[in-house]
Design a protein around this ligand. Structure first.
Ligand SMILES: *Cc1c(COP(=O)(O)O)cnc(C)c1O
Length: 427
């Protein structure tokens, strides 16, 4: 494909370039296996000496086309598509951390990721230290240890919608010789490309805006190819020393910039198998074809609704980084100049019962455990997604007990405001 294409063109066309007589739309390769002519050809694939499809747990053409599109949108060299965002974040860390290792994460992350890091990874012998993303660099650096292998944060945190100072985080990570891993789910590459600010690895829950229609759970890990693993040879031996399961192949030597992503497929997909299904990849690709149109509409609608809520006498507070009095307004202008996302957090005046009556009275805006799709929806994290967290953990995760997370869809904004208005009148 031509170089320097703009983002909208890439959303529509990247990843699948059919040749003569091939389907114009991305086909679903609904096949677990792929045929070869000789035993030798197959053997070379198993030794990673040749690339090609042989089993859909490792690679599938439909899934790869979508991975290539997402890698292009992010400006990375390659992506691994996973069955879910949870699998993506697990793989991103587990690819470079093993029992006895440690990593650092911001506290303000998605509840599922918080649980993965603090409970499940701990059972695997991998420890995490959570830091306040807004703390000065010197404070955050105190969390680093000799066995620290990564720094993790979300561009826009779910559900507190804080904006991360990615450059500050990249500087901290690189000073300590570890990659910066950024979950870019809420911003999407339409609104922020973390590699341009120094991030090394980007993850996504494609379940959210990328799919955009709430039809397929999925995830992605994208590699910038920029982190120099060999410069910290002893820290990342899984990449820099021979892998016995592939006859002593060394990823950094054999694959250079693609070492991290190749290891992820060759080891983690092979052994853990959280791959994306071809049919889900097809649906995700349809969503991606309109990502540039939808993100703009989500942001325009959200800006208007945030302003409406902020001026409403029954609303106690609104957290949306597009509002000039937001703590994150300046960071949003720097990192998210095209708009942030359609998600905001707010609280209504009154009791918890008032908040529940308000939510129950909404008609167009539905209560669902989802966020970031075409239909507007609302959730009360303290009683839904985050109910396993203690009150202290809630505050640490940036989730006030009265916080409602509103995900503004792409409907006509006048109708959404009318729905909010009738429900607010009942408080
Ligand atoms: C939803 C979400 C995840 C988890 O993704 P799933 O696709 O639900 O597994 C991870 N990170 C963020 C920021 C999310 O919003």
């Amino acid at each position: 494909m031509a170089k320097d294409l703009k983002m909208g063109t890439l959303c529509v066309q990247a990843g699948w370039s059919p040749k003569k007589g091939e389907p114009r739309a991305l086909p679903i390769y609904q096949s677990t296996t792929f045929k070869y002519e000789t035993s030798e050809q197959m053997a070379r694939l198993f030794d990673l000496e040749d690339s090609g499809y042989f089993y859909s747990r490792l690679q599938n053409p439909t899934v790869d086309a979508v991975g290539a599109k997402i890698a292009t949108l992010e400006g990375g060299i390659a992506a691994v598509m996973t069955a879910s965002g949870q699998a993506a974040n697990f793989y991103a860390i587990f690819n470079i951390c093993q029992s006895g290792d440690h990593f650092v994460s911001t506290t303000t992350i998605y509840g599922g990721t918080y649980n993965l890091f603090s409970v499940t990874m701990k059972k695997l012998g991998i420890e995490v230290t959570f830091v306040d993303a807004d703390a000065p660099a010197e404070e955050i650096e105190k969390a680093f240890r000799p066995n620290t292998k990564a720094l993790f944060g979300e561009t826009i945190s779910n559900p507190s919608v804080n904006v991360l100072d990615i450059e500050k985080f990249a500087a901290i990570a690189h000073k300590h010789g570890v990659p910066l891993i950024i979950d870019n789910t809420f911003a999407t590459p339409m609104n922020c490309r973390p590699f341009e600010w120094g991030a090394d690895i980007v993850t996504h829950s494609t379940t959210k805006y990328m799919d955009g229609h709430a039809v397929a759970v999925g995830g992605a890990v994208v590699d910038s190819g920029n982190f120099d693993w060999e410069a910290y040879h002893d820290k990342f031996k899984g990449l820099t020393e021979p892998d016995d399961s592939y006859h002593g192949l060394t990823y950094t030597k054999a694959f250079g910039k693609a070492a991290y992503i190749t290891k992820m497929v060759a080891q983690l997909m092979r052994d853990l198998g959280s791959m994306m299904a071809p049919e889900n990849a097809f649906l995700l690709n349809l969503g991606l074809e309109t990502l540039h149109l939808r993100m703009k509409r989500h942001c325009d609608n959200a800006q208007k609704i945030a302003e409406y809520l902020q001026n409403h006498p029954k609303v106690a507070w609104v957290n949306y980084c597009g509002l000039p009095d937001s703590k994150y307004y300046d960071l949003a202008n720097k990192y998210l100049p095209n708009g942030a996302c359609g998600v905001m957090a707010f609280g209504v005046k009154g009791t918890k019962e008032d908040a529940i009556r308000f939510m129950d009275s909404l008609e167009l805006i539905s209560i669902v455990t989802h966020v970031a799709d075409a239909r507007s929806c609302i959730l009360h994290p303290a009683s839904h997604t985050h109910r396993q967290l203690s009150n202290e953990q809630l505050i640490e995760a940036g989730v006030a007990p009265d916080l409602m997370r509103l995900s503004v869809g792409i409907e006509d904004v006048e109708d959404l405001i009318a729905d909010l208005e009738q429900a607010l009148q009942l408080i």
